[in-house]
Design a protein around this ligand. Structure first.
Ligand code: C5P
Length: 217
């Protein structure tokens, strides 16, 4: 499918709300370049965990310069521990500045074969793509999000209990919503999608209808 005009889709969401799943479905349906921006912070966090002695701004800068999308597909980035460290290092203004340009490039200059871009994260709707054609804030109640994350982590055979996941999601929510720099928030121009009682398919159809109506108009 080719769209008449290139589009940019910006999605913000708390952990485990299903934003990644929806963003991938949107990207596939409209042939958009997809970037899960949380993975960049996870990559930096993984670097901190595995190379604590080399962890400094100069080396993070080098890492981001060499960054390829396929580096973000490393399954080791998906653990709960990496998620927790990611939410700590993402409060650092200098680190956010270092990863900013990479995200902007993906959003505004995706490879030509795509009809545009779709990014999800915490500050996409107001910092990375403030002029996005579509802005969504995807959320779900905290227990539902924890259960989804728990099932995901179990798939990778991680030894973790539901209560541990719930506790760490609550901690991450607190940190992501309340931090001074680029906090998670729903902007007034973002459409709220609550996925608590929706299947993946139902949620996608809801988003697709909103997008198709605007694209056609
Ligand atoms: O989305 P995900 O859970 O993988 O993100 C990991 C952490 O990275 C989040 O808890 C958040 O603190 C941080 N993050 C961020 N800004 C983004 C994406 C993620 O601060 N755009």
């Amino acid at each position: 499918m080719k769209l008449k005009k290139k589009i940019k889709v910006a999605i913000d969401s708390p952990a485990g709300a299903g934003a990644g799943t929806q963003a991938k479905l949107i990207a596939k349906n409209y042939n958009l370049f997809y970037l899960d921006t949380g993975k960049i912070y996870r990559l930096v966090a993984y670097f901190k965990i595995t190379n604590p002695k080399q962890f400094n701004y100069a080396n993070i800068k080098k890492k981001i310069k060499k960054l390829k999308i396929k580096d973000l597909q490393n399954k080791k980035l998906l653990t709960n521990e990496v998620g927790i460290v990611a939410s700590i290092i993402s409060k650092d203004k200098k680190i956010r500045r270092l990863v900013h340009n990479f995200q902007v490039r993906c959003a505004y200059c995706p490879p030509k074969k795509y009809n545009g871009s779709c990014l999800d994260g915490r500050d996409i709707t107001y910092k990375i793509i403030p002029d996005a054609n579509f802005k969504f804030f995807i959320t779900a109640n905290v227990k539902t999000r924890a259960l989804r994350r728990y099932k995901e982590l179990k798939q990778f055979k991680k030894k973790i209990t539901f209560n541990e996941v719930l506790k760490s999601i609550k901690k991450r929510d607190k940190s992501d919503y309340s931090r001074k720099i680029s906090p998670l928030k729903k902007t007034v121009d973002s459409i709220l999608i609550n996925t608590t009682n929706l299947t993946k398919r139902a949620c996608f159809l809801k988003i697709k209808k909103i997008m198709d109506d605007k694209i056609k108009s």
